[in-house]
Design a protein around this ligand. Structure first.
Ligand code: GCV
Length: 835
């Protein structure tokens, strides 16, 4: 990949403020980042497009150019013409060479590569897009649109790019009934009620979006429960999805259940070495290719979390992967075999048991045994998309096997799109991590690109989880999908520049808006890590439930193996070779040595690799327990900052977008406090060591519901206890209930926070009254997990600047509805800051 600006003429830079791209209405690719607003700046060259070829992807490229130019400059370009008229020329390298023989194109362009430069024939300047193939033409076109939308075209620029890795796919975990596993944006764009949806307009829009950042494959169905997708009816329906995506060069792939020959094929076995099973898969693959000639291939989850697998017959993952690979080979398909294979009934009493070891233990011995069209797909860390994990050692453990890295765009463990968490900085750390295989430089990005070990295939796959609610449910979450595509294309890009690019195209090109949004995005993952599970403890979320709110002990005393082993004395999992599970020894020696010792393990991963006392001093000089307290207070304060930073954008961006994101950030501020208080009070109780800053366990201005005068409300224990202040709340089993406190502070203006539980299955109503006068009333109408009062649904309402004097009566009235008992945790009264 190369990019150079031949001479430094400052070209036309389009910096005009644009109207918001995230407009309401139909769900389109424009809504995510292809809108580009309306710059109405001056175009760099005459808006006259000369198309040199007419293959389908070239036609798409020209259509996209027309749409992009229209969005940018407010008028459509003219199409056609000859070299004398052309302002933008679009074609394959061969077509460009024939039409512009004097132009100095690179001698070789790979099929997905493109070159963008200028021709100056007869004093007539044109911008030329030349693709290594029609696909390269399309990617080059999107690149030019991006360039125009973000910085404008600088005369003299040439851009010469090719993707870093061939596999750049998204996985969707969509089920036939239209639900989406770990999806947080509504229902499937592909399926409904056991069938393919009639209207596939959204699928085409999605393909546009993906192609615009170079993503070339979509695995459309859940890796769990995949067998129904291979029935003949379903395959005929899948053809329609493939047809809808094909104009953008996005290939369809499928998750398959390795037991399909038995489950839907009527065979008595699914043994990968059985000849009848082989014949079944070959026939099935041929049936698919008859409908979908450019079918991408299969993704497989086997012997994992209850999915059947080759282990049932004493066979290996290589046996299963090669069975499918052989069936696909003649047609050009590939197998993405997931290394997410582990025993979820592990013995938690066994100090040597360790889920983190599983992928390496199972797959490393099979290195070299996989067919050439198999790619082993490994999650970025050894556990499961936690807020922080070390890089999976398997990337260095497979040197004769193609590899892909799996990431999650859908924010399963990272706030489920209700929290702002821009994940590109985390992914970038993983991509850049040098595993030092063979004592050579082997950063993960080069391993998965096939460069380190000279592999023909490899890539990046993201579980995307898009749905029918604005793609990812929350506007700023789309930066993650964008960043995934950009990093899979070029892992050397920085998360900041990607964030700025996305902001410019989606929200505004106003430099202050770009700076503010970029800063917020960049701060969001560290903030989330701080107020959830720092020091490599993993996320500390409810791992047996929603994966959303806090539930610290849910990781312990069960077979799922996400243990952090917190006890009265200390915390962390000993994964050293000398005294622990030996996991650290799975890394190449230079890295293994770093993780083996507490002295060299970086603070942010200390508790992933070591069990230490709470009084252990980190490299930062702070004790572990004080770090736990501080990071949670810091993280919650950082989350509150996002709302303040966003407030500075009022009036500068689309008002609907402004309000939507503002409300989300206010919610996040409150939920970060739920997280902070849960983790802090848990470790305070467990360790018995006070917070040296005096915050843990002391909440000035907090008035507990269980201490109030209650009418109708009954006191309940909340489970887990740390999810409610003091472990208790009040719940209403009557038609209406009230909790009342008398205020004993100094007269003045106060903010009053009401912490309540917003349960699904009903819309409870609350009113705050001061001396009988209503000051606020609201409905508990959010959609949050857990059907009992829990950190998942604990929600904060803040009423600002209420005048109070000593003796005032504060009363919260709750009216339950359906399954929502208007449960209340506490109120907190704090001085209103003078503004
Ligand atoms: C599709 C995690 C998720 C599961 C997911 C699994 C996987 O365990 O919670 O929902 O299943 O990962 O990646 O297969």
């Amino acid at each position: 990949m190369a990019r150079d600006t031949k001479y430094s003429l400052i070209g036309i830079v389009f910096a005009a403020v644009l109207a918001g791209g995230l407009a309401a209405g139909a769900q389109t690719a424009e809504q995510a980042w292809l809108g580009h607003g309306h710059f109405h700046g001056l175009p760099p060259v005459p808006m006259h497009v000369r198309a040199l070829g007419h293959e389908p992807l070239e036609k798409t490229a020209v259509n996209e150019l027309v749409k992009g130019i229209d969005n940018l400059y407010g008028s459509s370009p003219l199409i056609g013409g000859n070299s004398a008229e052309a302002g933008i020329v679009v074609g394959t390298a061969d077509q460009v060479r024939a039409a512009y023989p004097a132009l100095n194109l690179p001698s070789m362009l790979l099929p997905e590569a493109f070159w963008i430069g200028e021709s100056d024939s007869g004093g007539k300047r044109a911008v030329v897009i030349a693709g290594g193939s029609e696909r390269g033409v399309l990617y080059g076109t999107f690149a030019l649109i991006r360039e125009l939308a973000t910085s404008g075209w600088t005369p003299g620029t040439t851009i010469n790019e090719s993707p870093a890795m061939p596999i750049r796919w998204v996985d969707e975990w969509d089920n036939p009934d239209g639900s989406i596993e770990r999806g947080y944006a509504g229902r499937s764009i592909f399926f409904e009620s056991g069938n393919i949806r009639q209207d596939l307009a959204l699928v085409a829009e999605y393909a546009r979006l993906l192609a615009s950042v170079g993503i070339n494959g979509v695995n459309v169905n859940n890796v769990n429960g995949a067998s129904p997708f291979l029935t003949p009816d379903f395959i005929r329906g899948l053809k329609r999805i493939a047809d809808a995506m094909r104009p953008w060069g996005v290939r369809l792939a499928l998750s398959v259940d390795i037991a399909s020959p038995q489950k839907i094929g009527g065979l008595p076995t699914f043994d990968p070495l059985d000849p009848a099973v082989k014949a079944w898969w070959t026939a099935k693959v041929n049936e698919i290719y008859a409908q979908i000639p450019d079918f991408g291939g299969f993704t497989v989850k086997a012997d994992s979390e209850g999915q059947p697998g080759p282990a049932s017959y004493g066979r290996t993952p290589a046996d299963a992967a090669n069975l499918l690979a052989n069936a696909l080979e003649a047609q050009g398909g590939v197998v993405l075999y997931r290394a997410f294979v582990y025993n979820h009934h592990a013995d938690w009493r066994d100090p040597k048991a360790d889920r983190a070891r599983a992928a390496y233990d199972i797959f490393h011995p099979l290195d070299g045994k996989f067919a050439t069209n198999v790619i082993v797909q490994t999650k970025e860390g050894p556990i499961d998309f936690q807020a922080r994990e070390p890089v999976s050692p398997l990337f260095a453990g497979l040197r004769q096997t193609n590899q892909a890295m799996e990431l999650e765009v859908t924010q399963e463990y990272t706030g489920q799109q209700r929290h702002l968490v821009y994940l590109a900085p985390m992914w970038k750390q993983v991509l850049d991590f040098d595993l030092r295989a063979g004592e050579q430089s082997t950063p993960v990005k080069e391993i998965i690109a096939g460069k380190s070990f000279n592999r023909p295939l490899g890539g990046m796959v993201a579980v995307a989880g898009v749905g029918r609610e604005a793609w990812l449910g929350s506007p700023l979450a789309l930066a993650n999908l964008y960043a995934f595509g950009r990093l899979a294309w070029n892992p050397d890009l920085s998360p900041e520049e990607i964030a700025a690019e996305w902001t410019r195209q989606t929200i505004s090109n106003d430099p202050e808006v770009v700076a503010t949004v970029t800063k917020m995005l960049m701060q969001s993952w560290p903030a989330y890590e701080n107020y959830t599970g720092p020091l490599g403890m993993q996320t500390l979320t409810d791992i047996t439930g929603s994966h959303y709110g806090p539930n610290i002990e849910s990781s312990e005393n069960n077979g799922w193996g996400q243990w952090h082993r917190a006890d009265h004395e200390g915390v962390g999992m000993d994964r050293s070779v000398s005294t622990g599970t030996g996991y650290a020894g799975q890394y190449p020696p230079e890295v293994a040595k770093i993780y083996e010792s507490t002295a060299t393990t970086p603070d942010e991963l200390l508790l992933f690799f070591h069990h230490v006392p709470y009084t252990y001093r980190l490299h930062s000089g702070m004790t572990v327990i004080q770090h736990i307290y501080d990071s949670h207070y810091d993280g919650a304060a950082q989350a509150a900052e996002f709302a303040s930073e966003w407030a500075t954008l009022k009036g500068r961006i689309d008002p609907k977008l402004y309000e939507d994101v503002r409300d989300r950030l206010v919610y996040q501020t409150g939920h970060a406090i739920v997280w902070r208080d849960a983790v802090v009070q848990y470790f305070l109780k467990l360790s018995g060591i006070p917070d040296e800053k005096g915050r843990a366990g002391h909440y000035p201005g907090r008035l507990e519901a269980e201490d109030a005068r209650l009418t109708g409300y009954k006191i309940i224990d909340v489970t887990p206890w740390e999810d409610a202040s003091g472990g208790k709340a009040v719940s209403c089993g009557e038609a209406d209930c009230a909790a009342e406190w008398s205020w004993s502070g100094q007269p003045g203006r106060y903010n009053i926070a009401i912490q309540y539980f917003d349960l699904p299955g009903g819309v409870a109503h609350f009113t705050l009254k001061v001396n009988g006068r209503p000051v606020d009333a609201w409905a508990a109408d959010a959609t949050l997990p857990s059907n009992h009062p829990h950190g998942d649904n604990s929600t904060r309402r803040i009423i600002h600047a209420v005048e109070l004097k000593q003796g005032d009566m504060l009363r919260v009235e709750g009216i339950p509805d359906g399954a929502d008992p208007a449960a209340l945790d506490y109120i907190e009264v704090s001085p209103a800051r003078a503004t």
